[in-house]
Design a binder for this molecule. Structure first.
Ligand code: GCO
Ligand code: MG
Length: 439
């Protein structure tokens, strides 16, 4: 009887050393991951987490963003204790394999800590691939379909007149898309914190441990009045946006969207907390204002149904929170087929490295919608040479190989994480009766 042939085993050994022969790139020599380092810095008081992937090729490295500003130290542990040993020895070229194998190596997966850790390595590998190819990352994604990316900026104020003034100065500087947020008298709200007296500037958010309660009812009453005022002053031609930032009940959000329909916003953002995704079919029946979601999403099951059912118009996930550039590129392609455009989350707590990755996608993806911009203050720009430039209302690439951005580690070290209540975590935000509100 003929002997049964032994099935060929697929090598499932861990990455060190990588079981597959490294591609003979870079002049015939394999290029492997030699080290994975974490750099913590807060040049303008926002806690940023950067990953630096060093290779066996002297001087060749890449950087990526792993910023989860409310839990940065948990991300550091995930990288240093788990991802780094898993990655060392791998061929830098196998980005997809690195992503897929890291994704399942924890068995339980998809949370913001592990996704951010993976993003740091993932973006850095794209950066390295671009440097080896001597091409900007947007070229690796298919090349430019536009010269630059339209951005929106954040106008805000303590009252309508202040918001109007802020809108005007942005228009004067050439911006065309403007998000408007106003303070709610006697109550805290989102997006105006830096304008409130006594609060430090350049916070990522609007929160201080001793803030006033939020009053969702007062908020939904004032917002339509704000847009009535702004449209009255500036007419129909400027593009206006607004961020609800969740924190109101689903029906309050639906009514607000309906009240705002008449002002023809470019989009309205983050109506519901992720737990309330079930309300999207209902809002579609009552409002035609374009819907942008969801910086809080981390798991594919949170966003896939919304795209598939055409329940949103703009996907605005935070790309490091869904696992990095590899994941976001696929998501953009999926969205294209369903008529959903991209509007990647771009706050100050996405580092300039993440903004550079957003920009690579913005330039290469056909279904780009808009890019949220954050006008990085001087210190941050100095720590990150190559920080994407914003001019004429658009974000521009410097067309350098890779992500086109670097980190000055010596300077970064001069800006350690600031001391803060709760170690930088968010305090509870409460309604006037004390109930905690969900963002
Ligand atoms: C935005 C966001 C941010 C987030 C912040 C959380 O639309 O830019 O809502 O301001 O609140 O990124 O850390
Ligand atoms: Mg938002």
């Amino acid at each position: 009887m003929a002997k049964k042939a032994k099935p060929e085993l697929i090598d499932i050994k861990p990455a060190a050393p990588d079981p597959w022969p490294a591609y003979a790139q870079n002049g015939g020599k394999p290029v492997r991951i030699r080290d994975v380092k974490v750099i913590l810095t807060a040049p303008d008081r926002i806690r940023l987490v950067i990953v630096k992937v060093e290779t066996t090729e002297p001087g060749l490295y890449g950087i990526g963003c792993a910023t989860f500003t409310q839990r940065p130290l948990a991300v550091v542990t995930a990288i240093e204790e788990y991802l780094k040993p898993f990655m060392i020895g791998r061929d830098v070229h196998d980005i997809e394999d690195a992503w897929q194998s890291a994704f399942v190596s924890s068995y339980w997966r998809s949370g913001p800590v592990l996704n951010n850790a993976m993003s740091g390595v993932d973006m850095a590998l794209w950066d390295i691939k671009g440097k080896i190819a001597n091409l900007p990352v947007y070229q690796l994604l298919g090349g430019k379909v536009r010269k630059a990316a339209w951005v929106y900026v954040h106008a805000s104020g303590n009252d309508f007149a202040e918001v109007e003034e802020d809108v005007q100065q942005f228009l004067d500087r050439g911006f065309k898309y403007i998000r408007c947020q106003v303070a709610v008298p006697g109550s805290a709200t989102y997006g105006v914190g830096h304008k409130v007296k006594g609060q430090a500037p350049a916070r990522t958010d609007h929160l201080s441990p001793a803030q006033a309660p939020w009053d969702p009812e007062a908020y939904v009453r004032i917002v339509p009045k704000l847009f009535d005022h702004i449209r009255g002053q500036f007419g129909e031609e400027i593009q206006l946006l607004h961020d609800i930032h969740e924190r109101v009940s689903p029906m309050q959000a639906i009514n607000l969207a309906r009240d705002l329909d008449q002002f023809k916003l470019f989009f309205l953002e983050d109506h519901f907390a992720p737990e309330d995704n079930g309300y999207f079919p209902l809002i579609r029946q009552h409002s035609t204002t374009p819907i942008a979601m969801g910086e809080l999403y981390v798991n594919v099951h949170e966003y896939l149904p919304l795209i598939q059912e055409r329940l949103i118009d703009y996907i605005r996930v935070h790309i490091s929170d869904i696992g990095g550039l590899t994941r976001a590129f696929k998501l953009a392609a999926l969205c294209e087929f369903f008529g959903v455009k991209t509007a990647w989350h771009g706050p100050g707590d996405a580092s300039p490295v993440a903004h550079a990755a957003n920009l690579a996608l913005d330039l290469a993806c056909y279904n780009f919608g808009i890019q949220e911009s954050y006008l990085f203050p001087e210190n941050t720009q100095a720590v990150f040479p190559g920080c994407p430039e914003i001019r004429d209302g658009m974000m521009w690439s410097n067309d350098q190989p890779g992500l086109g951005i670097d980190i000055d580690e010596k300077l970064a070290a001069k800006f350690p994480f600031p001391e803060a209540a709760f170690n930088g975590a968010w305090p509870a935000v409460r309604q006037p009766d004390g109930t905690v509100i969900r963002p």
